[in-house]
Design a protein around this ligand. Structure first.
Ligand SMILES: [Zn+2]
Length: 551
């Protein structure tokens, strides 16, 4: 385990939040029944699920929780085949598959770490993605963490812990996340949280046997999923080399997973047994590792460091660099430059990459650079160019969200005014409202783009109800389309997806009073809102009851 490294300040807040969610819960905590009262008592799958959901509700609201669509999509594409292989091998039983989430998420942290939480959630630090050179290496770590979940190591650890309640356990795990952050310098709070964390760690650390099992079973999962088995050994070697050079605490993974000679040699021995895996896409990995490097250190100084890193890699006299490394450097350099606000220079860097890609075609990289180019155009204020760049680029999540953003920019940048009539100005609230109501019928290209984007987002959330970003984008789109009730409901769903049920209830109440005020005459939407509100209120009571009973 050793889940580490949400920022200490935020982590301490999380801990406080987990321990004092609401007055009834705080009182109930005193008389919570203990889990694992007898040694043989099972920490049931449903208990583990409830605990995991509670922890994730807190984590999703932490600033370190990162939903970066391109990077998350990439990591999910590495993760899914591992889950599928574990299912095929029978490591994931139908019961476990139904109860646990098997969800991977990103933590904006430059230290090298990955960790499994109760309920089947696996967190991946950007620092880990940044230091790997292939999907195989990243998959090796994910397969190990997945195995901690499938072998129910967390549950077994919890059963060993005595007289611990579900609610206090959630708080303790969040405390571990906070306190074991690499190089924590926030003295007082760290000390307070640290003592809690030490208690939790004593209860939740995996045993050496569990680690060996995670290596052994994880290796089988890795190979069955089609990754090169050598990924595990090369990952270990990399960590080992880093360990020798660096004891600054930048590698929390090493503290929880000490590399013994035995672990490394076992990994090497297993390669001999396994079949060679398929050649993974080094270019796409290089791009995503560069993206992780940029996003894990997004202040101006960090961004300038990434620009310099790109310049050094690409310098004419530099040591021989592979195409993947060159494209990774160009991608990281262009993204850092864009985030620093220099669109012209970012565009020039993308052009260099596209020239290189003409000599070495690679579809995923071409798509990634095109999306970056659209972002550059949007930031430059050229929404029509951004719209053209995204045309025919498929319906992946990132494309959908980018198109939503561009459609709103087109609308706000003149489309609204065009629909309100030549004389009207979008700056006038009345004209903007008139335009919004008219967007449903208006012929202006911006209105068509907005309707298109709204339709695409509505059908996306119908099958991806947990997508907070898509709901938030839909909320803005509905608002521009003159649908305030739908906009409020989409806002509410965005809060639900982030685990903020109280915030969602607030939005739905606001929608109810808007509907009653008669300013929006949409009876069907109003009844949908009433029903959803009742549902969420019931859900809120259920969560409170589950935490109180410890089930
Ligand atoms: Zn482990």
């Amino acid at each position: 385990l050793k889940p580490t490294a949400l920022p200490t300040r935020a982590g301490a807040l999380l801990l406080a939040a987990a321990l004092a969610i609401a007055p009834p819960l705080a009182q109930a905590q005193v008389r919570l029944p203990a889990l694992g009262e007898s040694a043989g008592e099972e920490f049931s799958l449903s208990t583990e699920r409830t605990l995991g959901q509670q922890i994730m509700r807190e984590i999703r609201r932490d600033p370190a929780y990162l939903d970066d669509p391109p990077l998350l999509d990439y990591v999910q594409r590495i993760w899914q085949p591992l889950v599928e292989a574990a299912r095929q091998r029978g490591e994931i039983t139908p019961d476990t598959a139904q109860q646990l989430a098997f969800e991977v998420f990103l933590v904006r942290d430059r230290s090298v770490n990955a960790f499994a939480l109760p309920g089947g959630y696996v967190g991946v630090h950007l620092g880990l993605i940044a230091m790997t050179t292939s999907a195989d290496e990243l998959a090796a770590v994910l397969a190990h963490e997945l195995t901690h979940v499938t072998q129910r190591h967390i549950a077994r650890g919890v059963v060993n812990a005595q007289r611990i309640t579900l609610l206090s356990l959630a708080g303790l795990i969040l405390g571990v996340l906070a306190a074991s952050r690499a190089g924590s310098s926030d003295g007082v709070q760290a000390a307070v949280v640290g003592s809690q964390a030490a208690a939790a760690q004593g209860q939740l650390n995996y045993t050496r046997d569990m680690e060996r099992e995670a290596d052994r079973v994880g290796f089988g999962v890795l190979a069955d999923a089609g990754y090169a088995p050598a990924g595990m050994a090369s990952m270990f070697e990399k960590l080992d080399a880093a360990n020798r050079l660096n004891d600054s605490g930048a590698f929390p993974y090493l503290r929880s997973h000490p590399l013994t000679v035995e672990r490394i040699s076992e990994a090497r021995a297993r390669i001999a047994l396994g079949a060679p895996g398929p050649k993974s896409d080094r270019i796409e990995h290089a791009l995503m590792a560069a993206r992780a490097r940029v996003l894990m250190d997004p202040g101006p100084e960090g961004l300038r460091r990434q620009q310099q890193r790109a310049a050094i890699t690409l310098a004419p006299g530099a040591a021989s660099v592979s195409t993947a490394e060159q494209l990774g450097a160009l991608y990281g350099g262009a993204l850092a430059t864009l985030l620093l606000g220099d669109e012209a220079a970012a565009d020039a860097t993308v052009a260099k990459a596209q020239k290189l890609l003409r000599e070495h075609p690679a579809a995923p990289a071409e798509r990634a650079f095109r999306q970056l180019q659209a972002q550059i155009a949007l930031q430059r204020g050229d929404a029509p160019a951004a719209w053209r760049l995204l045309d025919g680029q498929g319906d992946a999540r990132w494309t959908l969200l980018l198109r939503g953003q561009v459609a709103l920019a087109l609308w706000r940048g003149g489309g609204a005014a065009a629909c309100a009539g030549a004389a009207a100005s979008a700056a006038s609230a009345a004209a903007a409202a008139a335009a919004a109501v008219g967007a449903a019928r208006c012929d202006a290209p911006a209105a068509a783009a907005l309707r298109d984007s709204g339709e695409a987002l509505r059908s996306w959330v119908a099958t991806h109800a947990n997508d907070a970003l898509a709901w938030a984008m839909l909320a803005q789109t509905e608002d521009a389309l003159g649908q305030p009730l739908r906009a409020l409901r989409a806002q509410a769903e965005s809060h639900v997806a982030l685990g903020d049920i109280a915030g969602a209830i607030d939005r739905l109440r606001a929608a109810q009073s808007l509907a009653r005020g008669g300013s929006a005459n949409d009876f069907i939407e109003a009844s949908v809102i009433d029903a959803r509100l009742r549902q969420l209120q019931a859900q809120q009571r259920e969560i409170a009851a589950a935490l109180r009973s410890g089930k």
